[in-house]
Design a protein around this ligand. Structure first.
Ligand code: R5P
Length: 287
C-alpha cells in the first residue's frame, strides 16, 4: 500500500529523516480557539501515517482526531499513528479515590480513530502491553539499541545505572549490549517533584563512567537526585541518557546545573539534547 506521512509541525525534523512521501495538510486555530484542519493532498487507498509526538498532548489531541477521521473519510486504507512519545501513560492506576485513570481513557479516545499505533518506549508499568488499553494494532519499539550504540561510541568503561525498578527493562538490555555492569536504584515518589532515592554501595566502581538510563526525563528530579547520590560515593563524569526529554519548565537547566557531564535524549521530542535518531527504526516498523 503506498504511504503518505502527515506531520505535526514540531516533528518536521524527524519526518525529514524518514524520507517518506509527505502529505500536505493545514492546521490553524479559529479566533475562538477551535482547530481548523484541512487535508490538501489527494488521498485514495494510501496508508496515511500521522506523525505526532504526544508530549503536551492536550492541544494536539483534537487536531489529531480531526486529521485522522478526515483522512479516513477521504479514503485512506489504513491510518497509522506514529507517536514517538506516547503521553498519558503514567497515570495507569487510581492511586487515590476519584482520580481519572488517564492512560485507559486516553487510549479509548484515540483507538476508534486509528488502525495502528507505533510508539517508542511507552511507559508500560502496571500495563504490560499497549494492547491492554489500545484497541488497534500496536508496535512498541525501544531506543535501547540506540542508547547502547551511543555508549559504545562515547564511553570506554561504562557503569549503567537505572534510577528505579521500572527502568530495569531498558537498563539490563543496554548493559548486556555494551557488556557493562549495571545497578538499579530504589525510588519512592512522594509528589510530582519530590522523589526519594536509595543507592546501593557503588564505591567499588571507581574509574567507571556512570551512565544513568531512563525512559523519561520530566522534571529531572529523578536524574538530579540520582546524580547527587552517585557523586557522594565518588563517581564523577555522569551522563544522563533518556529516550524522551520532556524537560518540564526549567528542568533542563536545573539538570545542567546539577553538574552532569552530558545529557542525551532521542529525537522523539525535539530538543537541543537530541543525540539519538529514531527515524530508521520507525521507518523499519512501517514496512
Ligand atoms: C518514572 O517512573 C519514569 O520512568 C521516570 O523515572 C520519571 O518519569 C522521571 O520523572 P522526573 O524527571 O519528573 O523525575
Amino acid at each position: 500500500m503506498p504511504q503518505l506521512i502527515f506531520t505535526f509541525p514540531d516533528q518536521a525534523a524527524l519526518a525529514a529523516n524518514m524520507h517518506l512521501s509527505i502529505g500536505q495538510w493545514e492546521w490553524r486555530q479559529f479566533p475562538d480557539g477551535e482547530s481548523y484542519v484541512r487535508v490538501l493532498s489527494e488521498v485514495r487507498s494510501e496508508e496515511a501515517i500521522i506523525l505526532c509526538s504526544l508530549n503536551n498532548p492536550d492541544p494536539k489531541t483534537m487536531p489529531l482526531l480531526f486529521l485522522a477521521r478526515t483522512l479516513k473519510e477521504m479514503g485512506a486504507g489504513k491510518i497509522t499513528l506514529v507517536a514517538p512519545y506516547l503521553g498519558y501513560m503514567r497515570q495507569d492506576k487510581r492511586f487515590h479515590d476519584g482520580e481519572a485513570v488517564t492512560s485507559d481513557i486516553f487510549a479509548s479516545i484515540l483507538s476508534p480513530f486509528i488502525d495502528a499505533l507505533i510508539t517508542i518506549d511507552p511507559h508500560l508499568h502496571r500495563h504490560h502491553a499497549l494492547e491492554e488499553i489500545y484497541r488497534c494494532e500496536c508496535k512498541a519499539l525501544s531506543a535501547a539499541s540506540l542508547m547502547a550504540e551511543w555508549i559504545k561510541t562515547n564511553r570506554s568503561k561504562a557503569l549503567i545505572i537505572g534510577p528505579d525498578m521500572e527502568s530495569e527493562q531498558w537498563v539490563s538490555q543496554v548493559a548486556q549490549t555494551v557488556d557493562s555492569p549495571y545497578v538499579i536504584l530504589e525510588k519512592i515518589r512522594h509528589g510530582d517533584r519530590n522523589v526519594e532515592i536509595t543507592i546501593p554501595d557503588v564505591a567499588k566502581y571507581q574509574g567507571y563512567q556512570p551512565v544513568l538510563v531512563d525512559d523519561i526525563i520530566s522534571t529531572a528530579g529523578t536524574m538530579i537526585k540520582a546524580a547527587g547520590l552517585l557523586r557522594q560515593q565518588g563517581l564523577a563524569d555522569i551522563t544522563c541518557l533518556a529516550t524522551h526529554g520532556l524537560f518540564a519548565a526549567d528542568a533542563y537547566s536545573q539538570l545542567q546545573k546539577a553538574g552532569v557531564k552530558a545529557i542525551v535524549t532521542a529525537n522523539t521530542i525535539p530538543h537541543e539534547s537530541n543525540g539519538l535518531d529514531v527515524a530508521a527504526m520507525v521507518v523499519g516498523a512501517l514496512c
